[in-house]
Ligand binder design. Structure first.
Ligand SMILES: [Zn+2]
Length: 451
């Protein structure tokens, strides 16, 4: 049988992974994500692809592959591509970040999605609080140690450490030998040793091809390496030194970050106040004992935004929100004890500061990655304006979800692999220097690479 790898996304870009592996009649997609910079020549925060047009607006600019037997009937309604019964046997999802799963909503619901058990919990929380790209499709879960077959391909998922729980890499046994796929990974998170487990499993398989991410493979990555433990330490120091309100924005599904902030609060006698969405996620994840998430009510409180006619009436809140009203912290509550609070405030909730009216002299912690495109820079500028307007200090404290360049090189050389295929990177060419053995094959979007 001929085995081929075709990358439809993540090519010369960070994120947007869509990797088709075909082995004879068996076809699986490794991730089906939305690229961060995808279509920015045509779309921006003011011009979005129309939901109602399904895949049509994406096809117009070549942002999604026109593959037969992949998309749902509704997604194709207004396109030149005819709906056909599924020709893709499965989507194998590495983790619940939109650059890996954001386009699954357009896929035929008859194509099953395989994901980690924790990813399924994160999906449930997202689904209940506004919707998830995995809604309405069959989800089959796995854990490290499992092996499952999709047609001719046997899949071995192995956990990796990343900035969201439930992230995996894979070893695929095909009729022409094993293929290893890293997903997104780092070694400097609290569970860094999980990435070593993946590397060992991949190395043992002696893959004929290694598909690896390289987010931080670039000439510009001069960031001082900060681990998640340091995030907790530095946050603790900041909280100790400041008598005023401290607030932060960070990706709420980065549970390691929630824990770091929670620990910093514990050490300094502050209360961590999170958004309702984060609270719901923590509630969902508490069944996974290994994650040790803080408990809503006991450990963390929930920020209560004014809704409806401007009050806090039960009936103004969504059903899923009402369970948190008892643990709610209103703007007035935050104001009353501002030196005793660390408030998680997503960027889009910044106007809440107008209600809180914090004393000048507090601190804002920018706990997300630095901007990597113009849109991101504009977002950052706006945050800085809010922070300045309220007389707060701006601090960046962040541990990346991705390994730095040397560690990516280390992984590539430890695993080996006759072919090394760099994806999820702006500089795939730099892998030619990093990889000491094996052929580095630079993928071209939509062009298949035979094994
Ligand atoms: Zn990614």
């Amino acid at each position: 049988m001929t085995v081929e790898i075709t990358c439809y996304g993540g090519v010369n870009e960070i994120g947007g992974n869509k990797i088709l592996v075909s082995d004879g009649d068996t076809k699986v997609l490794l991730d089906f994500g939305a690229g961060f910079s995808e279509g920015l020549d045509y779309f921006d925060s003011g011009i979005d692809p129309r939901h109602v047009n399904g895949a049509g607006d994406y096809f117009e600019f070549g942002l999604l592959p026109e593959l037969p037997g992949l998309y749902s009937e509704t997604s194709l309604k207004n396109t030149g591509l005819r709906h056909a019964p599924p020709e893709i046997d499965a989507i194998i999802l590495s983790h619940y970040h939109s650059d890996h799963m954001g386009r699954i909503s357009l896929v035929d619901p008859d194509i099953p999605v395989y994901c980690g058990a924790t990813t399924a919990l994160i999906h449930q929380a997202s689904s209940a609080s506004g919707g998830s790209s995995l809604d309405g499709r069959e989800i089959r879960t796995f854990r490290t140690g499992d092996r499952f077959k999709v047609g001719a391909i046997e899949v071995q998922p192995v956990h990796v450490d990343h900035s969201i729980p439930g992230a995996y890499g894979f070893v695929l046994q095909t009729s022409e030998g094993p293929i290893a796929y890293t997903g997104d990974f780092r070694f400097h998170g609290p569970m860094g040793s999980m990435t070593d487990d993946f590397v060992e499993a991949a190395q043992e398989a002696r893959p004929v091809a290694l598909i690896t991410e390289g987010t931080r493979v670039s000439t510009g990555d001069k960031k001082r390496e900060m681990g998640e433990a340091e995030v907790a330490e530095e946050t603790t120091r900041l909280l100790e030194a400041n008598p005023h309100l401290v607030f932060s924005s960070f990706r709420g599904n980065d549970v390691d970050r929630v824990l770091s902030f929670y620990r910093a609060c514990e050490a300094t006698g502050r209360r961590l106040v999170v958004s309702m969405k984060v609270a719901l996620l923590l509630e969902e994840l508490k069944v996974d004992k290994r994650l040790k998430v803080p408990r809503v009510g006991r450990d963390v409180s929930v920020y209560l935004r004014r809704k409806g006619k401007g009050g806090y009436d039960d009936s103004d809140y969504y059903k899923w929100e009402r369970r948190f009203l008892d643990h709610g912290f209103t703007a007035e509550d935050v104001k009353k004890q501002e030196g005793k609070v660390l408030l998680h405030l997503d960027r889009w909730y910044l106007p809440e500061l107008i209600d809180i009216r914090p004393e000048k002299g507090g601190v804002y912690i920018h706990a997300t990655t630095e901007a990597f495109n113009e849109e991101g820079e504009q977002d950052e500028k706006i945050i800085r304006n809010w922070v300045d307007h309220f007389g707060f200090d701006y601090h960046q404290i962040h541990a990346s979800g991705h390994a730095p360049m040397e560690r990516v090189g280390g992984l590539v050389n430890r695993i080996g692999g006759k072919k090394v295929i760099p994806i999820h990177t702006g500089r795939p060419d730099m892998f030619r220097k990093l990889a000491k053995k094996g052929d580095v094959v630079l993928p071209t979007k939509g062009k298949s690479i035979p094994l």
